[in-house]
Design a protein around this ligand. Structure first.
Ligand SMILES: Cc1cc2nc3c(=O)[nH]c(=O)nc-3n(C[C@H](O)[C@H](O)[C@H](O)COP(=O)(O)OP(=O)(O)OC[C@H]3O[C@@H](n4cnc5c(N)ncnc54)[C@H](O)[C@@H]3O)c2cc1C
Length: 399
């Protein structure tokens, strides 16, 4: 618990990052208040991989067991060509022995719900919905935010956790649009049990300029994603499922069965966007967190995991230097930029590799992927990515 100094922390955005930050700050004795634009607090529509580093962060918040009750622990990540030829198997089930917790697959709504309930259990009123943040002003001692309805709120610190298009980010760094990566992701969920989808298996299949990934997020529920190169700004006509079935015609394994089992209105489309790492995330009493600070494409499945890590590190720095929150925020940003900038870059380049269409480039990709596993460089990269969260297992109790 903390006494004196900064207390009221305003958080713009009630996504996974904003809620995790509110919880972490609350556990350290701060008084966070989340402002969410949507009328209802929810996050839905698709699945997520939460790698062991993210699960360790949840563990430190006391929430991992709750999530693990619902979310299947992942055993294998399998990579193959669209014809089904294996390019590599990554036995991620071993992470439990190596790092203490599994990697899991979970519906976004489940993870978001666990965070939301944990906040609600505290009895405070930590989230205001229908609160569209449009800008902020600060002095050396306080910060205030403006809402679309003309009202405002003030506090000691402002955290912009309002996503890749966030308004706090715009106020700090200007209106630059995110970078479109040249491909679109269609995501969906299929209520299906299938002999070729053993529990706890992540599958990623690669075709020319196209990909298909799938994994179970609950018994009898499979999350999938179809990715294809496309110009920005397109829209789906009715019949998107048939379009996807045509695109993946002849693909190996359960791909056609998964698509056929998906209700059409469970399919969502999104342009894949990111940003190059920024040198600056904050100023004075204002900082950024999660996708607002460091959008990472899905290619390494780390965006939400990094938002969870941000939340814990932010709370640690603010607690350590409560009398000087601006200095605490700059230390938080430096630490987290060093962690997330390489991930933004690697995810971008893996996405480029996934998007190749020329047969020679495809052959080079496949050769690279076949060689990649079990190398020393790969083990080092795995450790770099996943072992970060073990810092919190050294702390004897949940915060
Ligand atoms: C296809 C795809 C697959 C992915 N797969 C994975 C994965 O497997 N594993 C993983 O870890 N990550 C994954 N990610 C990344 C992950 O989804 C994001 O990194 C994560 O959701 C970021 O959380 P956030 O809270 O920072 O931002 P967001 O989830 O964007 O939340 C921002 C919140 O702020 C609110 N908001 C926006 N503007 C305002 C405003 N002006 N005022 C008030 N509120 C506002 C929004 O309504 C929203 O609730 C994936 C992303 C995509 C697109």
């Amino acid at each position: 618990m903390t006494t004196g100094g900064a207390r009221r922390v305003l958080i713009a955005g009630g996504g996974i990052g904003g809620l995790a930050a509110a919880l972490a700050l609350q556990r350290k004795g701060f008084d966070p208040l989340v402002f969410e634009r949507a009328e209802e607090l929810r996050d839905g529509g698709a699945g997520l991989h939460v790698w062991t580093n993210g699960v360790l962060a949840l563990d430190h918040l006391g929430l991992a067991d709750k999530v693990l009750e619902i979310a299947p622990a992942q055993q294998t990540a399998r990579f193959s060509t669209w014809r089904g030829e294996t390019l590599g198997n990554w036995p991620i089930g071993d992470f439990v022995q190596r790092y203490g917790r599994p990697t899991i697959a979970v519906e976004r709504s489940v993870l978001h719900g666990v965070l939301r309930e944990a906040l609600e259990e505290t009895g405070a009123e930590p989230v205001r919905t229908g609160a569209h943040v449009t800008g902020f002003e600060q002095t050396s001692r306080s910060v205030s935010i403006r809402f679309a309805d003309g009202t405002s709120a003030s506090g000691d610190v402002l955290v912009g956790a309002d996503g890749i298009h966030g308004s706090v980010r715009r106020g700090l760094l200007g209106p630059a649009a995110p970078r479109y990566n040249g491909y679109v992701a269609w995501r969906g969920r299929a209520p299906i049990e299938h002999p070729e989808i053993p529990p706890g298996t992540f599958n990623a299949m690669f075709g020319p300029g196209t990909r298909f990934t799938y994994y179970d997020v609950a018994p009898g529920l499979v999350h999938w994603m179809s990715v294809a190169n496309a110009a920005a700004g397109g829209q789906d006509e009715p019949g998107v499922r048939d379009m996807l079935l045509r695109r993946h015609e002849g693909w190996a394994g359960p791909v056609a069965d998964i698509l056929a089992a998906t209700p059409e209105d469970w399919i969502i489309r999104g342009n894949v966007q990111d940003r190059k790492p920024d040198k600056r995330w904050g100023e004075g009493l204002v900082t950024l967190l999660g996708d607002a600070a460091h959008p990472i494409t899905f290619n390494i499945g780390q965006g939400a995991c990094q938002a969870l890590e941000d939340a814990l590190v932010l709370a640690e720095h603010l607690e350590r230097d409560r009398g000087n929150p601006a200095a605490a925020l700059r230390r938080y940003e430096a630490e987290r930029r060093a962690r997330t900038a390489p991930m933004q870059r690697i995810a971008y380049w893996i996405g480029r590799m996934g998007a190749v269409e020329h047969p020679l480039a495809i052959r080079a990709r496949e050769a690279f992927m076949r060689r990649n596993w079990n190398t020393r460089a790969f083990s080092a990269a795995e450790k770099e990515q996943v072992a970060y969260g073990t810092r919190w297992t050294r702390t004897p109790q949940h915060i």
